[in-house]
Structures are given as structure tokens and as C-alpha cells.
Ligand binder design. Structure first.
Ligand code: TGC
Ligand code: FAD
Length: 389
């Protein structure tokens, strides 16, 4: 009863449809069985469990909201969100893998691709047979992707891509990269680039002290020639990649709830059994204050995520609303993870327990998909109509 109470303190689950609860529980069980026991060591080794990709596909976490004809299950936004929550309860890197595959690479093809591109790629991506990555950020253009330098120029046989991308999740695992580049007129275009195309190289970044269970890479494109059917026909301008980001940011708003819940659970269990000064530390007022603060943060995060799902499902979602949830849920989860780490004392800094791993991962989550400052400025612009970037 205690566990159910802290998991759903405001009784949100009462109006979840049974299929959403079922999908959530299935992913949660799988993460408990297959990820949780090994997460600390994979994280330390800096390794993503690639042998589990096909099982993740069988769970239906790649492109679940897409139509069945493209390999999806026409899942609701709520179901998708709850799946992301459960993956990130395991590790942010696991959720990132699914976010990039679904919300970024598959969504780009689904939203901006031709019918032929959709049929060629989406069912195999949903099945985990084709892995995608999403190349928007560059060494000198992160928060301001409009400053990208990668170019696409027409050739006799299609397009020639030239440039570099940095910080690309799944970069060295990917079979196809969705690459954003400027054409001769300076308009941002999207391309589906098979990663074995001559001139394309991916190099893994090994120096991360965060998100270690996720593969991150630099991509180099030296005169990479792709066929005319590699271009995403409906993508024109920066709004196209930004539209994909909205999908992934929605998943982050939910995913971070999972990381925070794991930290809260761990803290409650730990403080009830850890004895200091002759009694469990959970019986002290200062520790209970901490736990209450963590719960309060978790509930605020859950309410934001839940309402975002409602807005999404009723076609009312505006991207600044997603910005608010991404910004504040990433920060909320960081706050909860930091408190959890403290409550575990010395054990709090070890990957034998999840809080430090979540805390380190969440530093990335706070930065990628738009930093705290970027989302603050999106909200400022939405409030006063002035662009302060
Ligand atoms: P701005 O004038 O704001 O926008 C250009 C056009 O795009 C539209 N737009 C959006 N549409 C949909 N969703 C959004 N989130 C949108 N944001 C903007 C906008 O309406 C406009 O359309 P139109 O028709 O008027 O032209 O362009 P700006 O150059 O001023 O952009 C500013 C800013 C800060 C909003 C934007 O560039 C930004 O969001 N920067 C942050 C970049 C970022 O988030 N990069 C993420 C890279 S991918 C990643 O991190 C993956 S992590 C792995 C994982 O997810 O797990
Ligand atoms: P910068 O843009 O250089 O920002 C540096 C600092 O300046 C930040 O604090 C920022 O908020 C602040 N700042 C910038 N502009 C302003 C302003 N106008 N006012 C106030 N402050 C400002 N990208 C992809 O395309 N695909 C991926 O798959 C991907 N995966 C990632 C995985 C990891 C592990 C990481 C760390 C990043 C990933 N990214 C990916 C990149 C990520 O989206 C960028 O790191 C992020 O958008 C920030 O860009 P930047 O690192 O260039 O920082």
C-alpha cells in the first residue's frame, strides 16, 4: 500500500485506460528483469545493451503511436508516455535510445517522408532491425541549430552532403542517419543517409561522465553522395527538425518521472532500513522532510506529464507547453535525484544504487533537447511576444 501510494499519490491512474496500464506494467516488468540488475555495470563500462534491442522492439517501444501499417500499434500519447517513464526508471540512456529511434528518426520519416520512404524504413525500424539516429547538433551549433554549417548541394546523381554533427545519440549504432543540412538557398532540408555510404564516418565519444549507458557520437560527412530519393520531401525549413524535437521532448517529460520515482522508491526503502543513532533514519524529521519534498516534486512532474498527454490526444498541444514540461521535469528529476543521493550517504555515490547514476544522466537530460535556458526563452517569447534569444 505504501508503494502504491507514493507511485500515484494523486490517484491519476484511476482514469488511465486498461491498455495504457497494461503497456506500462509490461515495460516495467521487463526493465526490472533485464535492465535493473545490470544497469550499474553497463553504465560504468559505458556500454548500451545492444543484445536487447530486438526485445525492446517486441515490447513495442519503437514508434508505438504510428499506424499499424508502419509497424506501430496506434498507441495513445498516454501509453507512449508511460512506456518512456518505465524505460527511464531503468536508465535515461535506455529511454534515450527509444526516444531517438521513435520520436526523432522514425517521426521525421513518418511526418516528412514519402510513402515509399515510410514503407521502406518504418516497419523495419519498429522491429529494431534498422536503427536510426538524428543529426541536428553540430560542433558549433547546438542551441541555435539555425546556425548549422552542414550543406547539401544538388549533383547529377542526387545530393552531396558536407559537414559534421556532434553529440549524436546512437551515432555509431545506426544503420540510417536523418541528417539536417542547408541547401544552396540556405533552407534546412532533411536526408535519410545510410551510414555505410562512402564518406560517412561515425566516431564514438568516450569521455562522457553522464548518460554512460547510451552511445553518443560525432558524425563526419565528406562529400557524401546520396540518391535523389534520400531527401525528405515534406521537410522545408528549421521548423521540420524542431517539429521532431517536440515529439522527443514530450517523451522526456514522461521519462524523467520514471527516474524520479526510482529515486524516491530507493530513498524510502533505504532510509527505513538504515539505522543511525539507534533508529531508522526514516524516523527522523529531517529525513521525512526530504522525502515529502521529493514526493511533492514527483507529483508536480506527474501532473504536468498527464496534462500534456491530454492536450496531445485532443489536438491542443502547443510546443511551448512541451517546453515547460521538458524544462521543469528535467530540473525536478535532478532535484529529486540529488536529494536521494544525499539520503543514501556514502552509498549514494556508488552505482550499486541508482540515484547517482540517475543524477549524472539527468545532467544530460537537462541539456539536450533544448537546455533549461532555451526553454525558458521559448516560454518568455510565448508570454510577451519578444524574441530574447
Ligand atoms: P524559430 O523562429 O523559433 O522557429 C523556426 C520555425 O520552427 C517553428 N518551431 C517549432 N515547431 C515545432 N516544434 C517546435 N518545438 C518548434 N520551435 C520552433 C517556429 O514556429 C518557426 O516556424 P515558421 O513557420 O514561423 O518558420 O527559430 P529560432 O532559430 O529562433 O529557434 C530558436 C529555438 C531556440 C526555439 C530552437 O532553435 C531550439 O529549440 N533550440 C534548441 C535545439 C535543440 O533542442 N536541439 C536538440 C537536438 S536533438 C537532441 O538533443 C536529441 S537528445 C536524445 C534524446 O532525445 O533522448
Ligand atoms: P550551447 O548551445 O553552446 O550552450 C551552452 C550554454 O549557453 C547553455 O547553458 C545554453 O543554455 C546557453 N545559451 C545558449 N544560448 C543562450 C541564450 N540565447 N541565452 C542564454 N543562454 C544561452 N543532438 C542531436 O542533434 N541529436 C542527438 O541525438 C543528440 N544527443 C545528445 C546526447 C547527449 C549525451 C548530449 C550531451 C547531447 C545530445 N545532443 C544531440 C545535443 C544537444 O541537443 C545539445 O548539446 C544542446 O542542444 C545544447 O547545445 P550545445 O551543447 O551546443 O550548447
Amino acid at each position: 500500500a505504501f508503494e502504491a501510494r507514493r507511485e500515484d499519490f494523486y490517484g491519476l491512474e484511476a482514469d488511465y485506460p486498461p491498455e495504457s496500464v497494461q503497456a506500462r506494467d509490461m515495460v516495467r516488468q521487463w526493465v526490472t528483469d533485464h535492465i535493473r540488475p545490470q544497469a550499474g555495470s553497463w553504465w560504468l563500462e559505458g556500454r548500451f545493451p545492444t543484445h536487447l534491442i530486438e526485445e525492446m522492439a517486441r515490447l513495442g517501444v519503437f514508434g508505438p503511436t504510428l499506424p499499424e501499417v508502419y509497424g506501430g500499434s496506434e498507441a495513445s500519447a498516454l501509453t507512449y508516455g508511460l512506456m518512456m517513464q518505465e524505460l527511464e526508471r531503468g536508465d535515461s540512456g535506455l529511454r534515450s535510445f527509444a526516444s531517438v529511434q521513435s520520436g526523432l528518426a522514425m517521426y521525421a520519416i513518418y511526418r516528412y517522408g514519402s510513402e515509399e520512404q515510410k514503407q521502406t524504413y518504418l516497419p523495419r525500424m519498429a522491429a529494431g532491425q534498422v536503427i536510426g539516429c538524428f543529426g541536428l547538433t553540430e560542433p558549433d551549433a547546438g542551441s541555435d541549430p539555425g546556425a548549422m554549417r552542414t550543406t547539401a548541394r544538388r549533383s547529377d546523381r542526387g545530393f552531396i552532403l558536407q559537414g559534421a554533427k556532434r553529440w549524436i545519440t546512437n551515432g555509431t549504432l545506426a544503420d540510417v542517419a536523418v541528417i539536417w543540412a542547408k541547401d544552396e538557398a540556405g533552407i534546412v532540408r532533411g536526408f535519410i543517409v545510410p551510414t555505410d555510404t562512402p564518406g560517412f564516418t561515425a566516431r564514438e565519444i568516450h569521455t562522457k561522465a553522464s548518460m554512460r549507458m547510451s552511445v553518443t557520437a560525432e558524425l563526419y560527412m565528406d562529400q557524401v553522395e546520396v540518391s535523389p530519393d534520400a531527401i525528405l520531401p515534406a521537410a522545408e525549413g528549421l521548423g521540420a527538425p524542431l517539429g521532431c524535437l517536440t515529439q522527443a521532448r514530450y517523451g522526456i517529460a514522461w521519462g524523467t518521472v520514471g527516474a524520479a520515482l526510482d529515486c524516491l522508491d530507493t530513498s524510502v526503502t533505504y532510509t527505513k532500513s538504515r539505522i543511525a543513532f539507534g533508529r531508522p533514519i526514516a524516523a527522523t524529521q529531517l529525513v521525512q522532510e526530504r522525502l515529502a519534498d521529493m514526493l511533492s516534486e514527483v507529483v508536480a512532474m506527474q501532473l504536468r506529464a498527464r496534462q500534456l498527454a491530454r492536450l496531445y490526444e485532443t489536438g491542443r498541444l502547443r510546443y511551448p507547453q512541451v517546453s515547460l514540461a521538458k524544462r521543469d521535469n528535467a530540473r525536478g528529476a535532478l532535484t529529486v535525484a540529488r536529494m536521494a543521493r544525499e539520503l543514501l550517504g556514502g552509498n549514494g555515490i556508488s552505482v550499486d544504487y541508482p540515484p547517482m547514476r540517475h543524477l549524472a544522466n539527468l545532467e544530460t537530460v537537462d541539456t539536450y533537447e533544448g537546455t533549461y535556458e532555451v526553454h525558458t526563452l521559448i516560454l518568455g517569447r510565448d508570454l510577451v511576444g519578444e524574441n530574447a534569444f
